[in-house]
Design a protein around this ligand. Structure first.
Ligand SMILES: Cc1cc2nc3c(=O)[nH]c(=O)nc-3n(C[C@H](O)[C@H](O)[C@H](O)COP(=O)(O)OP(=O)(O)OC[C@H]3O[C@@H](n4cnc5c(N)ncnc54)[C@H](O)[C@@H]3O)c2cc1C
Length: 435
């Protein structure tokens, strides 16, 4: 670590907010220790850190809760972790306008608690909400089961403040739902994996908390029958807030009986929910579904992690997106591809939107992991989508690419990156197309 840079960082944020040496152990990713971890306490301090690191040619690794720190290719050079944990205030909440502005380091759970106290919520429910931060969720475009009805961050983010590579503070959008003309800058930062700049705060559209919310499960013998039930629900008058499909191992992880299970969420007025539950029971029965069983509210946050949590030590976790009509077929064929190599797998899908997570165990045949993941990616393409290797040891990432090939769009992305971050300081090499 360049001592002059360390001095400048300490002068910018205070000695107590710069970690070095053994204190860096929580920030080691894939065996790589960063040069330092820096925790600015204001927008100006973030800008100063970015300027100093940029001038010294040191990569900057934005860091929220660290739940996805290992997602993506490892950064090409060791850098400086820029932690957002001191920037975690709810800056403004206007219940009358249904908007809130929040600093990027606030956890999703912390934000929801503050909003619910005034009868509102941000309709995003990503996994690990107790640790995942607003900035991290935007940067990874994370979402959860309620995405089925409420969409993703792209539907909710109306303004953002970022620090770009030259240390400029840039505001995009604002507090009104329709903002000034121009490119939609806030959306550019969604899913950018910290490669374009540091997100400092975000302004969201909110929703009132519903009168009631229920989660129910229906067991099936075969995942294909549960898939037919998904299609029947989507073609019906029902308006579920969540429509998830779990295979046997993922269902077992949630103690739901270990058979393929359809999990459906509803919110609204009690009598509307009761009507929908009765309709659901009528729809699933002819398709081989069992009773509609109520689940405890505590099941909601565990839904998005069901596949990952099916195993103590998965060898890999992959996210696949396919057409919603292809979900059950992809799950069944993906599980069969793993089984054919002697490997157990677990699958959980937000079936109505076509995204699914699959986890794989390397016992007893570690040699089959790479081939299985490659086949899963081919299945995703066949289903009209793509796949991302969300988590795997470094050795596996060198065998199976983390990101799908973006095609000609990759060149456009590289040019956007080169414009916004010409020195390639933000998370270099982590993202798609070598960005
Ligand atoms: C095994 C596994 C399973 C997962 N399953 C799902 C899933 O089912 N659905 C889903 O939607 N997501 C999933 N994720 C992604 C997860 O939800 C995200 O990792 C999480 O939301 C990130 O929040 P964080 O605050 O912990 O970010 P971090 O882990 O700290 O950072 C994640 C990324 O965002 C960047 N970043 C963080 N904060 C900022 C900021 N303020 N400005 C700019 N860039 C920033 C970082 O540089 C990094 O690239 C999974 C991740 C893992 C590892």
């Amino acid at each position: 670590m360049d001592p002059a840079l360390l001095d400048r960082l300490r002068a910018s944020v205070g000695v107590a907010h710069v970690l070095t040496g053994v204190d860096l152990s929580p920030y080691v990713v894939e065996g790589r220790t960063p040069k330092a971890a820096v925790f600015p306490g204001s927008l100006e301090e973030v800008a100063a850190v970015v300027r100093h690191a940029g001038a010294a040619g040191a990569p900057i690794l934005p860091w929220g809760g660290g739940t996805g720190a290992g997602v993506g290719a490892p950064t090409a050079r060791t850098g400086i972790v820029l932690g957002l944990s001191r920037l975690r205030r709810l800056v403004e909440h206007e219940p009358g306008d249904l908007t809130a502005t929040v600093e990027a380091g606030m956890t999703i759970e912390g934000l929801q608690t503050a909003l619910r106290a005034r009868g509102q919520w941000l309709s995003l429910d990503p996994p690990d909400a107790g640790r995942a931060t607003v900035g991290g969720v935007l940067a990874t475009n994370a979402s959860g089961p309620r995405r089925h009805l409420y969409g993703t961050a792209r539907d909710l983010l109306i303004g953002v403040t970022v620090v770009t590579a030259d240390g400029s503070v840039v505001r995009g959008g604002g507090k009104v739902v329709k903002n000034v003309a121009g490119y939609d800058l806030p959306k550019l930062f969604i899913g950018s994996y910290g490669t374009l700049g540091v997100i400092l705060d975000a302004t969201f559209k909110l929703r009132p908390v519903a009168d009631e919310e229920r989660l129910v499960a229906v067991a099936f013998e075969r995942v294909q029958d549960a898939g037919a039930a998904v299609r029947a629900v989507m073609a019906s008058d029902l308006i579920p807030s969540a429509l998830d499909l779990l295979d046997g191992p993922a269902s077992a992880a949630l103690a739901l009986g270990g058979t393929p299970t359809l999990v459906v969420g509803f919110d609204g007025l009690a009598e509307q929910i009761e009507w929908q539950l009765a309709e659901l029971a009528g729809l699933v029965k002819p398709l081989g579904g069992g009773e509609v069983t109520a689940l405890p509210a505590g099941t909601w946050p565990r839904l998005a992690c069901a596949a990952r949590d099916a195993f103590d030590a998965p060898a890999a976790v992959m996210v696949l997106s396919v057409l919603p009509t292809r979900v059950a077929d992809t799950m069944a064929r993906g599980a069969a591809a793993a089984r054919a190599r002697g490997l157990p797998s677990a699958w959980a899908a937000h079936a109505g939107v076509g995204t699914m997570t699959a986890a794989l165990v390397a016992e007893p045949e570690p040699g089959g992991v790479g081939a299985t993941l490659t086949e899963w990616r081919a299945l995703a393409r066949e289903g009209g989508g793509h796949a991302t290797l969300l988590w795997a040891p470094l050795a596996m990432k060198s065998q199976v690419p983390v990101w799908d090939d973006p095609g000609p769009a990759g060149r456009l992305m590289q040019r956007i990156k080169a414009q916004l971050d010409p020195g390639n300081v933000f998370n270099p090499g982590r993202f798609v197309a070598g960005i």
